[in-house]
Design a protein around this ligand. Structure first.
Ligand SMILES: NC(=O)c1ccc[n+]([C@@H]2O[C@H](COP(=O)([O-])OP(=O)(O)OC[C@H]3O[C@@H](n4cnc5c(N)ncnc54)[C@H](O)[C@@H]3O)[C@@H](O)[C@H]2O)c1
Length: 467
């Protein structure tokens, strides 16, 4: 399970986005390095398929326990190389431990069933069953924003189902993935079942996703990258966890205080660099002013600053380039007539929590994924208008609705084009065992351990002719 030892001497610097200090370096793999890793993974796949279920469970639990024992080391790494505050990083470590423990539990539930052959005339003398087999080698490509738990969401299910896996983490945050590999090494996972390859997606990406030895590509990242990869993979399984610009609907009968609190935290968690982050809030006009005033007041109380301080609520963007992109999008909306209620200030990679209203529909920020700390508030006449506007984008990951009216909640359940709808919670709600994924430009397939395992296995049919 060695982290790749690259043949070349080119290294990628991993920077702390807050001050651009160098935290470490990782190899920038070449295609030759990747060929070597894939050859190793072929052996790893044979080893993985032979691992008994109790051994897989033991390894997953041991890795989870190792992370729990070294909790703070993992949290500090997530926070230093990424953009999460130390408090946010600690909660990601907790979730990663959960993800691995759930993977251990699910390993024992990977089963098949008997097939009633006698339903088909002439087959009364046949008996048989199907069971689930691993698919072989999985390529996992992961983004920067949850650098530990999103990797665990691919590695945990892959090991639980007896597969080998090659992880290519984001070059901005590869060190947390390497620490995850350390936990598995410590837990006794055999060599080459898990490999980590670091490098530029544009250099090694095509080969990784199109290589015939890879039987599944499990990607989490942006829509544009996802589409590029989808064109390259060829005949293999594909799972795509992409972005969104998640809506939350607030009806006039809602508990407004709860709606404001959940929407603010859903919008600014990880400085808005969250695929489930609240981007668009549709508020019934009767309560718009009350909601908006309270939302802006709570936003103004957010403490932005040093990620490592306990008191900090929000850290920087992953780099200055991202902060500049967000600034440009906000300025474009304002130049087209949007009203800036608070925020809109940039300082290096930091961008202040920002609230906009009256955003014209032709502003980029109205329909693209902002992936930053910016929320758009809309006044709407009724639920129908909110649903129509929520659905009128190319994304559909998760959404939220705040109402006490069951009938209206069910109308939203039936009509919203999303992978998950949270009633009286923001779009940002997730636990690691629930099915997770989107429709439209938000993705293909589902994660959430049990569901990832389904994607990573194939049913194999066995049929006995007893005649
Ligand atoms: N749905 C989800 O579960 C989920 C979770 C987190 C993040 N995301 C999405 O991820 C995006 C932010 O992350 P990001 O900026 O790291 O995404 P990104 O698409 O820029 O990069 C994701 C990964 O793809 C790699 N990559 C880039 N070009 C490649 C290529 N040509 N071939 C193969 N790999 C390539 C990158 O190196 C990185 O490891 C947002 O859009 C966010 O919504 C989705």
């Amino acid at each position: 399970m060695k982290v790749q030892e690259a043949n070349n001497f080119t290294r990628i610097e991993v920077l702390n986005p807050q001050d651009n200090s160098i935290i470490g370096t990782v190899p920038s793999a070449t295609k030759e390095d990747l060929h070597r890793i894939i050859e190793g993974a072929r052996e790893g796949a044979k080893t993985a398929a032979k691992m008994t279920v109790h051994f897989r469970m033991e390894v997953l639990n041991k890795a989870a326990n190792y992370i729990a024992e070294n909790h703070e080391k993992y949290a500090i790494m997530i926070s230093r190389e990424g953009s999460k505050t130390i408090r946010e990083a600690r909660s990601e470590v907790k979730r990663c431990i959960q993800t691995l423990k759930i993977s251990a539990e699910e390993a024992r539930r990977i089963n098949g069933e008997t097939i009633p052959f006698s339903q088909s005339e002439g087959n009364e003398n046949r008996v048989g069953y199907y069971y689930k087999v691993p698919i072989g080698i999985i390529a996992a490509i992961t983004p920067f924003n949850d650098p530990l738990n999103l990797v665990a969401h691919k590695v945990g299910p892959a090991i639980a189902s007896g597969n080998a896996i090659i992880v290519k983490p984001s070059s901005a945050t590869p060190l947390s993935a390497i620490l995850l590999a350390e936990a598995f090494e410590n837990a006794g996972l055999p060599e080459k079942v898990l490999s980590i390859i670091t490098g530029n997606g544009n250099v090694i990406g095509d080969l990784l996703v199109s290589h015939p030895a890879i039987r599944m590509v499990s990607f989490t990242g942006g829509l544009e990258t996802g589409e590029k990869i989808a064109h390259k993979v060829g005949l293999k399984k594909l799972s795509m966890e992409l972005g969104s610009n998640s809506p939350v609907i607030v009806l006039k009968d809602a508990d407004l205080e709860a709606a404001v609190k959940a929407s603010v935290s859903g919008a600014f968690y990880a400085a808005g660099q969250n695929c489930l982050g609240v981007q668009r809030v549709f508020i019934e006009e009767e309560v718009f002013d009350t909601f908006s005033d309270s939302f802006v007041e709570m936003t103004k109380r957010y403490k932005v600053g040093d990620k490592m301080l306990e008191a900090t609520d929000m850290g920087p963007l992953i780099n200055e380039k991202e902060a500049i992109r967000i600034e440009t999008w906000v300025n474009e909306a304002v130049s087209k007539g949007a009203k800036l209620l608070t925020g809109g200030m940039r300082d290096g990679a930091f961008y202040s929590p920002t609230v906009l209203t009256e955003v014209p529909s032709n502003s980029v920020i109205a329909y693209e994924e902002v992936f930053g700390p910016v929320v758009l508030l809309y006044s709407i006449a009724d639920l129908d208008e909110a649903i129509e506007k929520s659905n009128d984008v190319n994304y559909g990951l998760q959404a939220g609705i705040f109402t006490k009216d069951l009938e209206k909640a069910f109308a939203a359940i039936h009509k919203m084009d999303v992978g998950g709808l949270m009633i009286n919670d923001s779009s940002d709600f997730r636990i690691d065992s629930m099915p997770f994924g989107g429709v439209k430009g938000s993705g293909l397939g589902r994660e959430g351990v049990k569901f990832a395992i389904q994607e990573m296995t194939e049913p194999k049919v066995v049929c006995f002719n007893l005649k």
